[in-house]
Design a protein around this ligand. Structure first.
Ligand SMILES: C[S@@+](CC[C@H](N)C(=O)[O-])C[C@H]1O[C@@H](n2cnc3c(N)ncnc32)[C@H](O)[C@@H]1O
Length: 405
């Protein structure tokens, strides 16, 4: 086995398991070691395709591994090393942000120590502006607005893991404005079908590992990758797949949704005129349709009607049974259209009850349907449930492969 030499750190989103599974799917489990809320990678930060990641907030280049896990020892190191490093930086005011993960220090103490750090840096002859911390870690908006990934600025991350601390410099931070633009600004939205957040769309696409689903041909070339979403709704998955550069096929049983998806994709092409990809969007029933060639399936299936509170047991049972039947018929229809190894990445509903999540019954019986569920080294399957506090219907992420029969 080759040695793991850490090179970068990915700071993960609110549900770290989703980000870990996504990184594992794209880069391989052997290139990742988990840290609390973060992934240590043996891939250089510049080689991580940050733009397509939905579950990672920041990607940073590893600078050093400091002995000790306390803020005090990390501070002493920074106070000594920053003035030395600044000698090699362009003249002018320098902007510094510090984000601390997993360390036992209060934000107030951190802010006070950063003022001392500022004095030390000034005394070394450099003018410096320090971004004030509201929390121990700067959020994406602070990193973006203070241009901390630009020349003349640094965001330094201190990520503690047991008795040592990883020191890293942020190279990429998630572009929250671009995400908002791809979400709220779309011309056609419909709360009744439950709008998939673009980041979750990206995660699902990456979990399908489209490149692996589309092996190279004997001449070494790869066929163009085409993503199929058979429950395309307003087209969030189609949009995110197009932005990666994939071709797409979207189908939905509801003609109104098909019109919405078409309008949204037309808008996307106006916004990103260089997208050179093929799009097919049409009306079709996912339980019966035969699709043209596709590389892999990525979809948020029918979630049942939106719920504001948990219904009475009998009503909930009817909803679960209804969704289970549609999803099962869809999987039965799809199975003979798949080749061995082709992946199907689905968001399916799970209902939040007092005793945890209620899952779709078909998840316990995938083999007769012709599928196996993929598992991950760095994330447990029961952690792959996208959920926000107060929601009733969560989305369980299910990565299937056609069984080898
Ligand atoms: C949860 S929505 C998908 C939303 C989509 N991801 C989005 O962000 O807009 C599920 C979609 O499944 C569609 N649907 C329900 N039953 C279907 C079936 N049998 N075949 C195809 N589509 C179906 C609904 O019309 C709805 O648009």
């Amino acid at each position: 086995m080759s040695e793991f030499t850490p090179k970068s750190i990915c700071i993960l989103g609110r549900q770290p398991a989703l980000g870990l599974a996504e990184l594992e799917s794209l880069y391989g489990a052997e290139h990742i070691k988990t840290l609390p809320g973060a992934a240590l990678m043996d891939i250089p930060a510049e080689e991580i395709n940050f733009k397509r990641l939905g579950g990672t907030l920041k990607v940073a280049r590893l600078l050093n591994i400091l002995p000790g896990g306390s803020w005090r020892s990390a501070y002493d190191y920074l106070a000594d090393s920053i003035p030395k490093h600044l000698q090699h930086m362009p003249a002018g005011t320098f902007t510094l942000g510090i984000s601390v993960y997993g360390m036992d220090v209060k934000p107030k103490k951190l802010s006070a120590d950063l003022l001392s750090l500022k004095k030390i840096i000034k005394a070394s002859g450099r003018s410096v502006r320090i971004v004030p911390n509201k929390e121990l870690a700067l959020n994406s908006a602070q990193v973006l607005h203070n241009k901390l990934t630009h020349r003349g600025a640094w965001e330094l991350l201190l990520v503690r893991s047991g008795g040592q601390t990883y020191l890293a410099q942020t190279l990429f931070v998630q572009d929250i404005e671009a995400y908002a633009g791809r979400d709220q600004a779309r011309p056609k939205r419909d709360a009744r079908v439950g709008m998939l957040p673009p980041k979750l769309g990206q995660i699902l696409i990456n979990l399908a590992a489209p490149e692996k689903s589309s092996p190279k041909r004997s001449d070494g070339k790869r066929r163009p990758i085409r993503i199929l979403d058979p429950f395309c709704g307003t087209g969030v998955i189609l949009q995110e797949a197009l932005l990666v550069g994939y071709h797409v096929i979207g189908t939905d049983i509801d003609p109104r949704m098909v019109d919405y998806a078409k309008a949204n994709i037309r808008w996307l092409f106006r916004k990103y005129p260089t997208l050179a990809t093929q799009v097919v969007i049409e009306v079709a029933d996912a339980t019966a349709h035969q699709w043209p060639r596709f590389s892999c399936v990525v979809s948020e299936v029918y979630l049942g009607r939106p719920l504001k509170s948990l219904p009475e047991p009998a009503a909930l049972k009817a909803i679960v049974s209804d969704v289970n039947t549609i999803t099962k018929k869809f999987l039965q229809n799809l199975a003979p259209q798949l080749k061995k190894g082709q992946t199907v990445a689905l968001a399916v509903p799970a209902w939040k009850s007092q005793n945890g999540f209620m899952h779709l019954p078909l998840l316990d019986n995938l083999t007769p349907l012709g599928y196996t569920r993929r598992s991950f080294v760095h994330a447990k399957n029961d952690e792959l449930v996208y959920f926000r506090e107060g929601q009733i219907v969560a989305r369980e992420l299910l990565i299937l492969e056609k069984a080898d029969r």
